[in-house]
Design a protein around this ligand. Structure first.
Ligand SMILES: Nc1nc2c(c(=O)[nH]1)N[C@H]1C(S)=C(S)[C@@H](COP(=O)(O)O)O[C@H]1N2
Ligand SMILES: [Mo]
Length: 238
């Protein structure tokens, strides 16, 4: 049990600049594309500074120490979904059992890249990835994760903006220095957009500190980002 993660009064309080969304929208940089198909033998590849790339069968998440938590989910565009119940494996446990054994000797791991089967990539500093409430989730609200929200498994890092929480997790890349990439969008159009300075992501992306952007003030970005919620929701709706 990972336990509640946001503040004690989380039922009534959202992080600065966030508004409660109706339900839990499918959102992201995949825009109009349907969720990637889930092969029955789906795996998560461990790559980067490892002795040998390994493929971990997603179905074996069921055999690792299980964790559960209720947490809110905050998109940097400004919507929040509240009271989501996630089940899966604490990321620290997954790292200890699956990732650490294949890391090349004498490596000081600094960053992890989480890749999705749709081509999406998020860069996470190790300290953030080891947060007590960070997990690889394969169940949401008592059911197996559906295509909308990241089947067969996704990262969930509730204290960071949603762009960290890669869906359809198929790759974990181990890095010993900061990767040059800042944000790996899933579609070519979104990749173009995310080259614009206004869409650069904050490397920590902690929601309670409103780290929306590496240098632009969050208050300036709030209204700009909010403009994108409805168009992206509409395009993602399926
Ligand atoms: N694979 C993948 N993961 C992704 C995205 C995406 O486009 N593809 N979008 C990110 C963004 S910006 C957000 S806000 C959340 C949205 O998660 P949801 O669709 O479950 O609401 O997923 C994140 N993870
Ligand atoms: Mo987002």
């Amino acid at each position: 049990m990972v336990g509640h993660t946001d503040r004690a009064n989380r039922a009534t309080t959202l992080p600065p600049g966030q508004r409660r969304a109706e339900g839990f929208p499918r959102f992201g940089t995949h825009l109009h594309r349907p969720p990637p198909p889930v092969p029955p033998d789906a795996t998560i590849t461990i790559a980067g500074v490892v002795t040998a790339a390994t493929a971990f069968p997603v179905s074996e998440l069921a055999t690792l120490p299980r964790a559960a938590m209720t947490a809110d989910f905050h998109c940097v565009a400004g919507w929040s979904a509240t009271g989501l119940h996630w089940e899966g494996v604490a990321f620290a446990d997954f790292y200890r059992v699956v990732v650490a054994p294949v890391i090349a000797p004498h490596t000081r791991v600094t960053h992890l890249v989480f890749g999705g089967a749709d081509g999406y990539r998020s860069v996470v500093e190790v300290d953030d990835a080891f947060g007590a409430d960070v997990m690889i989730a394969d169940r949401l609200d008592g059911r197996p994760l559906d295509g909308q929200h990241g089947a067969p498994a996704r990262l969930v890092s509730p204290q960071q903006y949603g762009f960290v929480s890669a869906k359809h997790l198929s790759l974990i890349e181990v890095h010993d220095h900061a990767p040059a990439e800042n944000f790996g969008a899933a579609s070519p159009l979104a990749r173009l957009a995310f080259h614009l300075p206004v869409f650069r992501r904050h490397p920590r992306a902690r929601v309670w500190r409103e780290e929306r952007h590496p240098y632009l003030p969050a208050r300036v970005l709030r209204p700009v980002y909010r403009l994108f919620i409805e168009p992206i929701r509409a395009m993602s709706a399926r």
